[in-house]
Design a protein around this ligand. Structure first.
Ligand code: CUA
Length: 350
């Protein structure tokens, strides 16, 4: 057997760390600049979760300190002393002690029971099956590899970027979500807003959250769901009630029908684009891909794979695999001219 030289192992480790750093810095990953810390709470729910975390940390931290202190005391107090010689007899060996064994069985049981009660109470509160009060209802559907957000009461569907209103009422219950999957298991997790909930095929999970600060909050699919699992970005935009109402007003409208881009519209409807995407107000009614009715109201395309701008739309339609290798949107084999014409139509969908 030949052992690797330590210097080579060190060199390889350094190279590995540098490459990882390069990959992370080199991507135009929008999330890296944003906080996704569970301690940076921005909702009633994440505050509760953070409180439980601190409680668990305090209890386990105390146990850690006690154990380390006991080890230190025993190491010093019962160390081998110079005066002890080998022919001295061993100290008496004692086995078993009922009081001690009962104590160290009951104490951890009590601690676990208390933590169990605290967690169950919180889970029950945050996962009701009925929508509380006047919450905004959203049906979230996980797809390989994007998110569909349907607002059943408001009558429209959008994708990847969830808009919700800020709720400053005393009764926290502003967003109620029903989570489902179209294919495999996914997981919805926006750490600053709520706990993680899985989207499981043939099952409906529910959760709610109440944001307490406006802003854009990031999350990621948190359950491995195939090659592009890492490109299932979640953007949650928390707006003031009036901003949210304005957004809803625009989303409710059917797609803009601008005669100036009629050629692009015709091309879109002629090609198979229309069998995968919905554009309300046209014959495009596919649901395999994201609803594009108000595509330009979104900041990103491909579930956060790229910024939503002219050049990226051209690249995306020419070959989506440039941004998202293995995604289910095919290369349409269109001429550059046709791609441009379709993009001009898409850019009118505000
Ligand atoms: Cu969807 Cu991982």
């Amino acid at each position: 057997m030949t052992a690797k030289r330590p210097s080579r192992i060190v060199a390889r480790s350094i190279r590995c760390v540098l490459l990882t750093a390069l990959v992370l810095l080199g991507t135009d990953n929008i999330v890296l600049a944003e906080s996704t810390s569970i301690f940076d709470t921005a909702s009633y729910n994440s505050e509760k979760i953070s409180e439980i975390f601190m409680l668990v940390l305090a209890i386990t931290g105390l146990i850690f300190v006690l154990v380390i202190a006991a080890i230190a005391v025993f190491v010093v107090r019962f160390r081998a002393r110079r005066s002890e010689t080998e022919d001295e007899p061993e100290p008496p060996q004692i086995y078993g002690s009922w009081p001690i064994e009962i104590a160290w069985t009951i104490a951890p049981l009590l601690i676990i029971f208390v933590l169990f009660l605290v967690v169950v109470r919180s889970v029950n509160e945050q996962r009701p099956t009925q929508a509380p009060g006047d919450a905004v209802q959203v049906r979230v559907i996980g797809n390989q590899w994007w998110w569909s957000f349907e607002y059943p009461e408001l009558g429209f569907t959008t994708a990847n970027e969830l808009h919700v209103p800020l709720d400053e009422s005393a009764d926290p219950s502003s967003v109620f979500m029903q989570l489902e999957s179209a294919d495999v298991a996914h997981s919805f997790w926006v750490p600053r807003l709520a706990g993680k909930t899985d989207l499981i095929p043939n099952r409906i999970n529910t959760m709610w959250f109440t944001p307490n600060a406006t802003g854009v909050y990031y999350g990621q699919c948190a359950e491995y769901c195939g090659t592009q699992h890492s490109k299932m970005l979640l953007r949650v935009i928390v707006e003031t009630p009036s901003e949210f109402a304005a957004w809803v007003e625009n989303e409710k409208k059917p797609a803009v029908n601008d005669p100036a881009v009629a050629d692009g519209r015709a091309l879109f409807l002629e090609h198979s684009c229309a069998s995968c995407h919905t554009i309300r107000g046209t014959n495009a009614r596919g649901t395999f891909g994201p609803d594009l009715t108000h595509l330009m109201s979104r900041q990103t395309i491909g579930a956060g794979a790229a910024e939503n701008n002219h050049d990226n739309l051209i690249t995306w339609i020419t070959n989506p695999h440039v941004f998202k290798t293995g995604c289910y949107m095919p290369e349409m084999k269109l001429t550059a001219e046709n791609v441009k014409t379709i993009v001009s139509y898409l850019e009118s969908l505000r």
